[in-house]
Design a binder for this molecule. Structure first.
Ligand code: GDD
Ligand code: MG
Length: 334
């Protein structure tokens, strides 16, 4: 089975971290996000992944020089300019000469949903495209997908205004597509699979869906980027991962609660870190308090600083000693 993994977005909601690395190469506990996603696909028998990308493609190539990720063969399809989700799928499918049923996934989704079930249902109903759905509380951030009792999709509304969604079942970002879908996508321009292609398949009655209430989180926002990591160390999805890298240094008088501390990071004496992510090589100063926040690679939190409420500190940035930041972005302009 071949899968196109979409990883070409700018990751604007995760700035400043995505100013230096594409979203899917940001670390998630012990590996880049992409390895969690590709590893998940491998469990269902995907043996070739076409990475559909553009933004910071060199970061992917440097990380996987042998063209292999999580045991799966990688191929790169580099867009000359961002073509949006459908344009990207067409471009990648052509680059990899895909001419059979294939899988597409959004590269920022952490999920345990059963890809094989979506694949089988696709053939059972003879769909042109089949998408996985997940229930969420606020569907306004997502693609909203009403279906009939058998699962035939009757509409596709991308990011409807709050309170106007026809259902709470949303596009989970995992699709099984027939190659005929590619013909619906005009080449050489930006085309959104959510706003143009799926509505056109719906109009012909060819879009089907499979509902799943398996674990599902889109890690593309600060809150959810933090959440997927805490879920992994809490063991929400299976055996808990250890959030504290062996090559990190935590002073015996510091307190670290329910947090991720990556390799070469240091937590100085008397510091308190809770519900937070401390990336590679970062330093949390003496007596500093870090709560529900993310500190990027090699960033320094000065002594006695208080950094709280989903603050995001970018790579190599410095937060002054004894300063207070709540819900901040450092640097501010990002
Ligand atoms: N190659 C390429 N080119 N990839 C792109 C482009 C592009 O122009 N634009 C976005 N992507 C990639 C992103 O990197 C990401 O992995 C994926 O496509 C989806 O983009 P997001 O920016 O994360 O979209 P979203 O989260 O707002 O909404 C999408 O995902 C939701 C589920 O997580 C939509 O598909 C929604 O319908 C869906 O509910
Ligand atoms: Mg997303």
């Amino acid at each position: 089975m071949k899968a196109v993994v979409l990883v070409g977005g700018f990751g604007t909601r995760l700035r400043p971290l995505t100013l230096t690395a594409p979203k899917q190469m940001l670390p998630v506990v012990d590996r880049p996000m992409l390895e969690h996603v590709v590893g998940g696909l491998a469990r269902y028998g995907v043996d070739e992944v076409v990475l559909s990308l553009g933004y910071k493609e060199d970061v992917f190539r440097e990380a996987y020089p042998a063209g292999e990720c999580a045991g799966v063969a990688l191929r790169y399809a580099v867009e000359p300019e961002p073509l949006d989700t459908a344009g990207a799928v067409r471009f990648a499918a052509e680059a990899a000469a895909i001419d059979e049923t294939f899988i597409v996934v959004n590269g920022d989704v952490f999920t345990d949903l059963d890809v094989a079930e979506v694949w089988h249902r696709h053939f059972e109903v003879g769909a042109e495209a089949t998408i996985a759905l997940t229930p969420v509380e606020d569907p306004s951030r997502y693609g909203v997908v009403p279906t009939d009792a058998e699962g035939r999709v009757s509409g596709f509304v991308e990011k409807p205004p709050r309170g106007e969604a026809p259902t709470n079942w949303i596009n989970a970002g995992t699709y099984v597509l027939e190659p005929t879908v590619l013909q619906r996508i005009e080449p050489g321009r930006r085309v959104s699979i959510e706003r143009e292609t799926f509505p056109s398949v719906v109009a012909d009655g060819g879009l089907w869906a499979v509902q799943s209430d398996a674990y599902w989180v889109d890690a593309g926002t600060p809150d959810t980027y933090l959440q997927v990591q805490l879920d992994l160390i809490d063991g929400v999805r299976g055996p808990a991962l250890d959030g504290i890298a062996t090559e990190s240094h935590i002073d015996p008088t510091a307190r670290v609660d329910r947090s991720v501390v990556m390799a070469d990071a240091s937590i100085a004496s008397g510091a308190i870190v809770s519900g937070s992510i401390v990336c590679r090589g970062a330093l949390i100063g003496e007596g500093a308090v870090l709560t529900d926040s993310v500190v990027g690679p090699r960033a320094v939190i000065g002594d006695g600083a208080r950094v709280t409420d989903m603050t995001m500190v970018g790579d190599d940035q410095r937060v002054e000693a004894h300063s207070t930041l709540a819900g901040a972005r450092v640097p501010e302009s990002s």
